[in-house]
Design a protein around this ligand. Structure first.
Ligand code: HEM
Ligand code: HEM
Length: 233
């Protein structure tokens, strides 16, 4: 699917508002937690409380995105961007060629990186709930349900998974930069405005669905997670 240089382009609404809000929130909160997790000893004793709150918000956003992946607008749905290995390999090969591979939503490689990021963030926030940091008198809300040895093991997972998340974020930013420089695609502008400039033949591919009912259900899932965690402490 290559774009021809002389083909007219049109503005197509690709990313719905909830997907864009999810992205903005997750980018801010993950950055906050990578910093507060790594530099808690420098930032002070209350840092871990903020780290915990941001972690709860990340878990709520992950719950939101899981529901939105089934009930959201066309290009937010997992079914629309998760492709088989054949398509992923073909897309990877096309990156080295001169033809311009057009994707309306996430491309076949990007789709799997979205899932990898969401899964890694879910694991990070979930393991965090079991951790104890005695120096600051900090105990995660689920730490009372596990032994000290198990909490230590989950702490090791939390620490190791930091590198997974950091690598995925670096890969994510590099991929966005690659598309911007190599293909002159304004992916960042599209994530901010919701609209992508695409060849005219994609005019009918605008996002559909993800109406008020879907938003209420997805927001309800996020609030239920948040309320449950806050009730536990
Ligand atoms: C996706 C959300 C989260 C991210 C990205 C994250 C990230 C991190 C990072 C990067 C560290 C430093 C690891 C190291 O020293 O190598 C850390 C430590 C820690 N995190 Fe998280 N975390 C998250 C969620 C949580 C949650 C929800 C809790 C608790 C409810 C939590 C509790 C802790 C504790 C207790 C430490 C140890 C701090 C220390 O040893 O001084 N984290 N986290
Ligand atoms: C810690 C930081 C970040 C994380 C964890 C993150 C995570 C994500 C996730 C999960 C998605 C998928 C959105 C969805 O379908 O729901 C996404 C998409 C996207 N992100 Fe980020 N992001 C981060 C920072 C950034 C930054 C700083 C930029 C801009 C420079 C950016 C640009 C984009 C773009 C353009 C897309 C859409 C990619 C496409 O067209 O397929 N992200 N990001």
């Amino acid at each position: 699917m290559g774009a021809q240089a002389d083909e007219p382009v049109v503005a197509v609404r690709v990313w719905d508002v909830p997907t864009r809000l999810f992205h903005g929130g997750i980018a801010l909160l993950v950055t906050a937690n990578l910093v507060t997790g790594k530099f808690d000893s420098v930032l002070g004793a209350s840092t871990l409380e903020w780290h915990k709150r941001c972690g709860y918000a990340i878990l709520a956003l992950v719950a939101f995105r899981l529901v939105w992946g089934f009930a959201g607008g066309t290009h937010a749905r997992f079914a629309s961007f998760l492709r088989g290995p054949g398509e992923v390999v073909a897309y990877a090969r096309s990156l080295a060629s001169r033809s311009h591979p057009v994707s309306v939503g996430h491309n076949p490689m990007g789709g799997w990186s979205v899932v990898a990021m969401i899964a890694a963030l879910g694991v990070q926030a979930a393991t965090g709930l079991f951790l104890v940091q005695e120096d600051y008198g900090f105990a995660g809300p689920f730490s009372r349900f596990v032994s000290g040895a198990m909490s230590d093991r989950l702490n090791a997972v939390h620490k190791a998974n930091f590198w997974v998340i950091a690598s995925l974020v670096v890969l994510h930013l590099s991929a966005v930069a690659f598309h911007t420089v190599r293909w002159r695609e304004d992916l960042v502008g599209a994530m901010l405005s919701g609209t992508k400039r695409l060849p005219e033949r994609f005019a009918g591919a605008a996002s559909r669905g993800g109406g008020v009912l879907a938003m209420v259900v997805a927001a309800g899932a996020a609030l239920a997670v948040l309320a449950g965690l806050l009730a536990l402490g």
